[in-house]
Ligand binder design. Structure first.
Ligand code: T1G
Length: 692
């Protein structure tokens, strides 16, 4: 099958790009388009050309797998194809369904007109790969949408629904049916003898733009970029579009594209792109997932309500169960409020809110949920409470229903053992707020069946989550590693660093928030409860720093009490001498001589333990791949994607240096901090995770 099919429908040539899975602009597709366009140009019977995607989508961009390869650097470039389209002697129409992304949308922007079906989405998400739309996107998009909208679309990488794209001027028409609609549109164009000005020549929206606009955009985008450089470079390109002619603007864009391409963030973000896709695949798992049409959630608290929203947003009917109507009313009020906030922020529409709320019901009787395909328990982290709920579910749920627990750290096998059907029990760990956080950490129990695993892995994708599969253990993939990150942060305080310094280093590294600000926000008393369980499992001679407990004993529970590690006036935080006093008191008690630390020392001490524990998770099979650990940390804990994730970062930092730091941590903190055999071997051999 040629990558690009050529047919003539009356006076219209139809070029169908058919290059699964996403019709990326591979060499074969680019050559096919060039050949098809030249055939259409030379065929006198042809009076217009349509480009359309075969399968489920239009073109999803340049072929990322060809980057840096001979194929990627040969044949007609996207820019060359755009030149052909823009100066084509007959009307050219891009007919879009599924997604038109990156180079795919850029090519469409070079066509004379763009039509799409209502469900289509368009976007320029190159920023997620550490690059920018390098085939004219930064120059053509603002000419259609104006500067602000273009910067928003390119710096967020978001997929714009067809209706919004029409309103923004990206699309010219929404058609009911793709092919017949596009052909009808082409016939109308021919009949009207319509003439089209190439997008690159339309300058109205770029003239007279107040330069202050760019200062404002840089400020707002920098905050969200958290150290990513591509978003800022995209603004430079759009600014250049306003100040230069098209040729110079395209040249400027190309230079900036190559500078980003050469930057370290690009390979990290491309590694991360494929890591997310790889994490969905469980080696050796061939079972067919069950279709989930209806779900129940046990517990109307924050997590339960958020999980019900996620299910309803994906079109799955969700019943929230709690002990009484009061608890259900309180839970539903929170759900409704969260939707109203999303509507007010424009991150969802009133119509979508109403549709989702229409799918959420409540119940107090377990019998009302017996026919659901899955039930997700989201109650307090108390083992006995969870076991009693699973025993009840075992008694009422239909055979084959998936019994899932949203526990964030308790033993899934112990929960499953409360039922006679452990093969249907599995951990499905959402992160708070569940309707916002992208990670779904699935935890296979010893007896979870392949079909149960396959079902929750597929469900995660349907819910728009990034999934990883962990084997049951204390803290699974994420929280198990987190205790070393926060543990070392606390020991650093005893040894002389300040909460402010540690948080500043973590945020400069790219974390959304430092460990102490995070604790103040989530409530220090909550952390104390979790640690009480952990303290019971500590090996002899090991300890947790008591600073946290001492601060809580003094009524410092975080933002909610106006003081924690910091003091708070509203959201404004400031350093509090009482915290320093407590830290110094603890240091004296343990005979610790305090000293100053460089930011680099703190960075290494904070993040190296993640790599050390991650390696142990690979060793004991808790995680299937190092890249799964990276997906969990980027999506669940805000680890910067432009650093690839802790395991990717660790490899670049040097596993030998990580190993050294681990031996130092072992000497300071105890045996649990020592490097495991895998890390020691890879460090000694100068190898990486792929050699694990
Ligand atoms: N190139 C090569 N392979 C790609 C690809 C691409 N652009 N996009 C997806 N794949 C593979 C993916 O790895 C997976 O493979 C399979 O397709 C299905 O993907 C000049 C230089 C389109 C919304 O950033 O966002 O254009 O795992 O599982 O959930 O400016 O894929 O099955 O082996 O994600 O239905 C810009 C990236 C490129 C879009 C579909 N384009 N893709 O989502 O399927 S840079 C992008 C996506 C560029 C120009 C620059 C999504 C999707 P496998 P999937 P999905």
């Amino acid at each position: 099958m040629p990558a690009v099919g050529y047919e003539v429908d009356g006076e219209i040539a139809v070029l169908t790009i058919d290059y699964p899975p996403v019709n990326a602009l591979s060499l074969a597709v680019r050559e096919g388009l060039e050949a098809g366009l030249s055939q259409a140009r030379d065929d006198a019977a042809v009076r217009a050309v349509i480009m359309v995607g075969g399968g489920k989508t239009f073109i999803a961009g340049a072929d990322i797998t060809e980057f840096g390869t001979e194929k990627g650097n040969s044949g007609p470039s996207i820019a060359k194809l755009e030149g052909i389209l823009e100066h084509f002697p007959k009307p050219t129409i891009a007919a879009i369904h599924g997604t038109a992304l990156g180079g795919g949308l850029e090519l469409a922007l070079a066509a004379h007109v763009r039509v799409a079906v209502a469900a289509a989405r368009v976007g320029l998400p190159e920023v997620n790969l550490g690059i920018l739309p390098g085939a004219g996107g930064t120059q053509r998009l603002p000419r259609l949408t104006g500067v602000e909208a273009a910067v928003d679309i390119m710096t967020t990488g978001r997929h714009v629904p067809a209706a919004d794209a029409l309103a923004l001027g990206i699309l010219d028409e929404i058609v009911a049916e793709l092919r017949p609609g596009a052909v009808a549109f082409a016939r109308q164009v021919i009949a009207e003898g319509a003439k089209f000005q190439p997008v690159i020549e339309r300058n109205e929206k770029l003239r007279g733009v107040d330069p202050a606009v760019f200062a404002g955009l840089r400020k707002s985008v920098a905050k969200k970029a958290r150290g990513k450089i591509a978003p800022m470079t995209i603004i430079d390109c759009v600014e250049a579009a306003c100040g230069m002619d098209a040729t110079a603007g395209l040249r400027f864009e190309r230079e900036k594209f190559h500078s980003l391409y050469a930057n370290d963030q690009r390979p990290a973000l491309m590694y991360y792109f494929f890591a997310e896709r790889e994490a969905r695949k469980v080696p050796g798992l061939t079972a067919e997932p069950k279709k989930i049409k209806s779900a129940a959630v046990i517990g109307a608290g924050t997590m339960g309500g958020g999980i019900a929203m996620v299910l309803a947003n994906a079109g799955i009917a969700a019943t929230i169960v709690d002990i009484n109507d009061e608890a259900l009313a309180k839970g539903m009020a929170t759900v409704r409020k969260n939707y109203e906030i999303s509507v007010s922020r424009g991150s969802t529409s009133q119509a979508k809110m109403d549709a989702a709320l229409g799918l959420i019901t409540t119940a107090t009787d377990y019998a009302d949920i017996a026919q659901c395909d899955i039930v997700i328990e989201a109650v307090f982290e108390k083992m006995e409470l969870k076991r009693s709920i699973f025993a009840k579910l075992d008694a009422v749920m239909k055979p084959g229903a998936i019994l899932a627990t949203n526990t964030s750290s308790l033993n899934v096998d112990m929960i499953a053992a409360a039922t006679a059907r452990p093969q249907d029990v599995i951990g499905v760990h959402f992160f708070s707020p569940a309707n916002v956080m992208k990670l779904q950490e699935n935890i296979r129990g010893e007896k979870s069946s392949d079909q149960t695993i396959a079902t929750v892995m597929a469900l995660g994708k349907e819910l728009g989550k990034n999934v990883v599969l962990a084997r049951n253990c204390d803290g699974f993939i994420g929280n198990r590693m987190l205790q070393y990150y926060t543990g070392e942060a606390e020991f650093l305080l005893e040894q002389g660093a300040t909460p402010e310094q540690v948080d500043r280093v973590a945020e400069a590294f790219g974390m959304p928030m430092g460990p102490f600000t995070m604790r103040d926000m989530s409530g220090m008393d909550v952390s104390v409860l979790v640690r009480e369980e952990r303290r019971k499992t500590l090996p002899p001679g090991e300890r947790l720093s008591p600073v946290l407990e001492r601060l809580v004993q003094r009524g410092r529970k975080g933002q909610k009490t106006g003081k924690g590690y910091y003091r708070y006036e509203g959201r404004e935080k400031s350093i509090d001498p009482e915290t320093t006093e407590v830290i110094e008191e603890v240091a004296r008690e343990y005979g610790i001589e305090r000293r100053s630390f460089t930011d680099a020392e703190i960075e290494a001490r904070l993040f190296a333990p993640l790599v050390v524990e991650g390696a142990k998770e690979l060793e004991d099979g808790t995680a299937i791949r190092a890249s799964d650990i990276d997906v969990a940390w980027v999506n669940g804990y805000g680890f910067p994607a432009h650093k690839g994730g802790p395991m990717y970062w660790g490899e670049r930092y040097g596993l030998d240096k990580i190993c050294e730091l681990a031996f130092e941590a072992e000497a300071r903190n105890g045996p649990r901090w020592a490097p495991g055999p895998l890390l020691q071997r890879l460090a000694a051999q100068g190898k990486g995770w792929k050699d694990a």
